[in-house]
Design a protein around this ligand. Structure first.
Ligand code: PMP
Length: 401
């Protein structure tokens, strides 16, 4: 079936990569950028860069306005009401670290932090290290056979000692929506705080965090067709108010003398130093671009491509999918073939997919695997990309099998 992408030409890098003989199928690692974002960055740098929230001059006022406009656009993308609940960080990873340090004072020894077996290192290591620092217990929710967090097991494991639940919305390895509604309800019933890793989920359309009801939600701009170096931490007003300040420096302070200081509340109190100004403005341009598209058409295109990817993989002898991927990506191994050998032959043929542990070493280990190949899709991919991938895969399998 032919699945052309109506948005392919909006992403100049796709054609450039094709001229370099590359088929890009690694959007879950980072997405290519729309022309609208490139134009916004050029406009900002070509017309006068300025620092935000500091300067009284015109360039400073314009930069601050554009920066704050993005905060508003992010709050709309997440449907969270007030943009004062959006904190800009330097990436999803820095947002998780901010949380793990900013919430440290909330925990008593023997309190429990609950995560799941499929978490990316970014939503595992900050909590693991917090648990080690403070003598807390890290509880790991198991997965069902199809790669979903096991809600029934969670009902036993989330209990009165649970102080915080931190889980992914959409796994970067298994590609399935996780049962967040049930998990968050279980945590809330125990009075625990909730953190959602939205790094992969946020890419597939606007979110409704008011309906979801999490305390915190984290993502990176660069996977949402925006610039790298920018992350977002959403926190409900009351949840943000429990955070202790973490990084200290310019513009996050209210008053200080040489010996002590008082600090601003969120969001600015958690944006110490010069933030990634161009990146934040660029993220706003990416969101404008995404908002100009028909979300149903994008979802339909992505679903069609994913189905073709999944069916094509399952049709090949010896291919085993990890979990039961339902959108955006599929990870797989092939019986009797080392993923590094396969990755090498795919790379040689210009197929840009990801191979290895996907920053989820414990998950891969629990599946008994050293690594896997992951094919991930963006809105600019089309059926020709998949055809090139499958041709390359068949060539590689013929050599290796
Ligand atoms: N969580 C998930 C599910 C991810 O896929 C990633 C990025 N691979 C992250 C967190 C961390 O994002 P970043 O590297 O942009 O901080």
């Amino acid at each position: 079936m032919l699945l052309p992408s109506p948005w392919r030409a909006d992403f100049p890098a796709i054609a450039a990569l094709q001229r370099q003989g590359q088929t890009y199928l690694d959007s879950a690692a980072t997405a290519q950028k729309p022309q609208a974002l490139i134009d916004a960055l050029t406009h900002y740098y070509a017309n006068g860069a300025a620092n935000v929230h500091r300067a009284q001059h015109l360039p400073g006022a314009l930069a601050t306005q554009a920066f704050e406009d993005t905060r508003h656009k992010v709050s709309q993308w997440l449907n969270v009401g007030s943009s004062g609940q959006i904190v800009f960080t330097h990436g999803a990873t820095s947002a998780f670290n901010l949380l793990a340090y900013g919430l440290e004072h909330v925990f008593e020894p023997d309190d429990e932090i609950v995560i799941s077996a499929l978490e990316h290192h970014a939503n595992l290591l900050p909590w693991q290290q917090l648990a080690l620092r403070r003598g807390l217990k890290l509880v790991v929710l198991p997965l069902t056979e199809t790669g979903l967090i096991d809600v029934e097991a969670a009902a036993c494991l989330i209990g009165p000692r649970t102080r915080l639940l931190a889980v992914s919305q959409l796994s970067n390895v298994l590609g399935a929506w996780q049962p967040l509604t049930e998990l968050l309800a279980q945590a809330r019933a125990q009075g625990a705080m909730t953190v959602v890793d939205g790094a992969q989920g946020v890419v597939h359309g606007g979110q409704d965090l008011q309906a979801l009801g999490c305390d915190f939600y984290v993502f990176s701009s660069h996977k949402l067709y925006g610039p790298d170096g920018v992350g977002v931490l959403y926190g409900r007003h009351q949840a943000l108010a429990t955070l202790r300040h973490w990084q200290f420096g310019g513009e996050m302070v209210l008053q200080t003398n040489y010996y002590e200081a008082t600090f601003r509340p969120a969001p600015l109190g958690f944006e110490a130093g010069t933030p990634p100004i161009a990146g934040v403005i660029g993220l706003g341009a990416s969101l404008d671009y995404l908002n100009s598209l028909d979300p149903l058409a994008v979802a339909k295109h992505e679903a069609g491509l994913h189905q073709a990817l999944r069916e094509g993989l399952l049709a090949r002898e010896g291919v085993q999918l990890l979990g039961s991927p339902e959108l955006a990506l599929a990870s797989f191994v092939v019986d009797g073939i080392h993923n590094a050998d396969l990755a090498h032959l795919l790379t040689e043929q210009g197929i840009a997919v990801r191979a290895g542990h996907h920053c989820a070493i414990p998950l891969l280990k629990s599946l008994g695997l050293a690594g896997a190949i992951r094919v991930s899709l963006g809105m600019y991919n089309d059926s020709d990309d998949l055809e090139r991938f499958f041709n390359a895969l068949d060539q590689a399998l013929e050599l290796l099998q």
